[in-house]
Design a protein around this ligand. Sequence first.
Ligand code: NAD
Length: 443
Amino acid sequence: MGSGAAQPASASTTRATPGGRGNGQHAIPGQVNPYDMALEQFNQVAELLRLEPALADILRYPHRELTVHFPVRLDDGSTRVFTGYRVHHNIARGPAKGGIRYHPDTDADEVRALAMWMTWKCAIAGLPFGGAKGGVVCDPAAMSLAELERMTRRFTTEISLLISPDRDIPAPDVNTNAQVMAWMMDTYSMHAGHSVTSVVTGKPISVGGSEGRADATGRGVVFMVEEALRAQGQELAGRTAVVQGFGNVGSVTARLLHEGGAKVLAVSDLRGGVFNAAGLNVAGLLDHVQEAGSVVGFPGTQPVSNQELLALECDLLVPAAYQNQITGANAGQVRAKLVAEGANGPTTPEAAAILEDRGIPIIPDVLCNAGGVTVSYFEWVQDLQEFFWDEGEINSRLRKIMVAAFNQVRAIQVQRQCTMRTAAYVLGISRVADAIRTRGIYP
Ligand code: NAD
């Protein structure tokens, strides 16, 4: 950007504010705005790397943002207007990639932050994608399946301005799943007049999904935990673990930790948590959740609140629910020896600094939960080639990519004597910056 360009004066210290509140607070009182969080993390490393100011500005601002307001007919015959977002943070390294979230608190800044984190995540894992994210402001728990389907199909149509197999490939995130991806793929295909399986990932196997995708994020978390323990001369077997969130990421992580010989002491969901000092029977718990819809009430356990759960003494804490969970207010109470971020943005920068001071390392989200997008990449490749791999091949390729990323991050961490998050950002931002420099500024 030249000196005459309409460059926001505050760009180097604060966030882009189109439509934003600009006061550093998220919609939920007391919580950190995720985009402020993402910018703080970025600014710190941009400075460390002495990134050219114009390049840093390119990376601070989302490349493009689409907000849509669209009507959906509800089961009672009434019509309600929903708001949705799709944001591309950066596409220098390839098509935009990132999940779609359905949540009552989703807003533009949250989606911007998640899109930026996707850019770094894809670059850290060495995947040929840029970063994107999407969301619809809604409460899926209060909607029927038919309403969710109509909302999904209309939202897909609205964002079809942006999505396509070579432009932007959505995937599941909080409160979306393989069924939602199947509706998205079907809607896009109806408009195209032929089946376009590669337009979304995380689909059911029957419509072009990949073996191993459902478990991929949790499996990747466990790979990263194993590597981090190995670096400390330890192994997973015999360690105690606590997992917040029991959805796609949390439940798979808990199951695979248990299968790897760890003792899972406690897990939770939005309704509360369960604890057993002798270790939970995770397989039994999964059956209980199928029937009861929550971990709460699982026989043979004591109830524990989400706040109490985060403060339990354990070797490993996996926040795998939502952002803003470990904050300045509770980081001092965390008694884990290692934190593995299954969720995106679960630890605020203030909390991360407190944990660091207390000698509690964090495997950062942009590395720790990259298994999902890695197998999404495999799914996209398989769909484009119409040639499918078996689960063994998927899991071994996943491991190879994630362990390579871990080792690269670790090498930077050792060289720079910094946190793992800073090292991961150094790797991710350098790769994206290099792509932008190499491509040059158009025109
Ligand atoms: P999900 O909707 O399948 O599950 C979320 C779980 O967290 C549910 O058990 C829910 O009850 C619980 N939860 C939500 N808010 C909570 C809160 N405030 N306190 C306690 N529990 C809460 O979602 P998911 O796909 O498992 O995603 C979880 C996190 O992982 C999100 O941050 C998401 O962005 C991130 N993530 C997901 C994937 C993926 O492949 N699905 C990949 C990378 C990162």
